[in-house]
Design a protein around this ligand. Structure first.
Ligand code: NDP
Length: 247
C-alpha cells in the first residue's frame, strides 16, 4: 500500500544534524526523494551518499538560509533534479539563550535571521513552484517555545511565536491553491541545538534540562511523517508534542 510518502520530493533545511538529519533518513527509508540543505557541506554530502548506498535518492545543496538568493538557487536545483517539490520543511534553526539585559544583539540578529527570515525565504522560494503544481505542503518548525515564553529565552521564544503566526497566515492564504501548511512544535529533543549558547549560566541551565527530559529526534521524524502521509484533503495544521516527563 502506498504510504503517501513514497516518491515525494521533500526539501529539508537543517539536514546536517538533529531533526533534519533524522527526518531525511526516516523519510528516505519510506521512499521519499530528499533534498538535504545546510551550510556544512561535508555533512550533507556524506548523508546523501549514505542514503544513496541504501538505494534511496538524495541531493545535497549547500545553502545558508539567511540568504534569499541561495534559498532560491536551492529550490531551482531541487526542481531541476527531481522535477517538482512536494514538501518543503523549513527546519533550520538556532537557539542562543541569554537574559535580555546582557544585550547580545549579534545573537538576537542571528536567531531572527535564521529562525524567521530563513523560514520566510523558504516559503517565498517554493511557493511559485507549488502554485504551478497545484499541490504541495510547507512544514515549518516552531517549538513549545512558540507557545510560551521562558525567561532567558525571550528572543528565541519570539522567533518561534513568529513561526506559528507565519504558518497560520500562510495556511489561510494558500489553501486556495490546494497547498497544505503544518507547524511542528516539539519540546526538548536531544540534538545539537543547545550547543550554540554562549551565555554560561543559560547553557548550564538548558543542558541540565535537556539531560533530564530530552527524547530522541525520531520523535520529530514520526511527527513529520504523520503530517505528510495524510491524504491531500486533510491538512494537519499543528503538531505540539513534548517528552512525557517535561512540564
Ligand atoms: P541542530 O542544532 O542539531 O540543527 C540545526 C540545523 O540548522 C543544522 O543542520 C544547521 O546546519 C542548520 N542551520 C543553522 N543555521 C543555518 C543557516 N544559516 N543556513 C542553513 N542551515 C542552518 O538542532 P535541531 O535539530 O534541534 O533544530 C532543528 C529545528 O528544531 C530548529 O528550528 C529548532 O529551533 C527546532 N526545535 C528544536 C527542539 C529541540 O529540543 N531540539 C525543540 C523545538 C524546536 P549548519 O550549521 O550545517 O548550517
Amino acid at each position: 500500500m502506498n504510504n503517501n510518502i513514497e516518491g515525494k520530493v521533500i526539501v529539508i533545511t537543517g539536514a546536517s544534524s538533529g531533526f533534519g538529519k533524522v527526518a531525511a533518513e526516516y523519510l528516505s527509508e519510506r521512499g521519499a526523494k530528499v533534498v538535504l540543505v545546510a551550510r556544512r557541506a561535508e555533512r550533507i554530502e556524506k548523508l546523501a551518499e549514505e542514503i544513496q548506498e541504501k538505494g534511496g535518492q538524495a541531493l545535497a545543496v549547500t545553502t545558508d538560509v539567511t540568504d534569499a538568493s541561495q534559498v532560491q538557487k536551492l529550490v531551482d536545483a531541487a526542481v531541476e533534479a527531481f522535477g517538482r517539490i512536494d514538501v518543503m520543511i523549513n527546519n533550520a534553526g538556532l537557539m542562543q539563550q541569554s537574559p535580555l539585559e546582557i544585550n547580545k544583539m549579534d545573537e538576537w540578529d542571528n536567531m531572527i535571521d535564521v529562525n524567521i527570515k530563513g523560514v520566510l525565504y523558504g516559503i517565498a522560494a517554493v511557493l511559485p513552484q507549488m502554485k504551478k503544481q497545484k499541490s504541495g505542503h510547507i512544514i515549518n518548525v516552531s517549538s513549545v517555545a512558540g507557545h510560551k515564553v521562558i525567561p532567558g529565552g525571550t528572543v528565541y521564544c519570539a522567533t518561534k511565536h513568529a513561526v506559528r503566526a507565519i504558518s497560520e497566515g500562510l495556511r489561510m492564504e494558500i489553501k486556495q491553491y490546494n497547498l497544505r501548511t503544518t507547524t511542528i512544535s516539539p519540546g526538548a529533543v536531544d540534538t545539537e541545538l543547545p550547543n550554540h549558547i554562549t551565555h554560561e549560566a543559560s547553557a548550564q541551565g538548558i543542558q541540565g534540562f535537556y539531560k533530564q527530559f530530552a527524547i530522541s529526534a525520531d520523535s520529530f521524524a514520526r511527527a513529520v511523517a504523520f503530517a505528510i502521509s495524510q491524504p491531500e484533503d486533510m491538512d494537519v495544521n499543528e503538531i505540539l508534542y513534548r517528552p512525557t516527563a517535561q512540564e
